[in-house]
Design a protein. Structure first.
Length: 77
């Protein structure tokens, strides 16, 4: 059984980003998305590997999908 956390800080770490709250807030402020801008994984600032991970998380309804949705909401907020 997988008991690892799948929250926003852990998602950021999985994506190779800092998981510190201040760094997450700075990333969100710097990478704001247009509300109607298409899927999160299509944003221009992701590497191909990051985009693939985000796409897979949503398409497979994985344990990560809630954290990915949260990141999406924050970037569009």
């Amino acid at each position: 059984m997988d008991t690892s956390l799948h929250d926003l800080p852990t998602l950021c770490r999985q994506l190779g980003l800092s998981d510190r709250p201040d760094d997450i807030a700075a990333f969100i402020a710097e990478h704001r998305l247009n509300d109607a801008g298409g899927p999160l994984a299509a944003a221009p600032f992701w590497t191909p590997a990051q985009a693939a991970f985000l796409t897979e998380a949503i398409e497979q309804d994985s344990d990560w999908c809630e954290a990915v949705d949260e990141l999406d909401r924050l970037l569009r907020g």
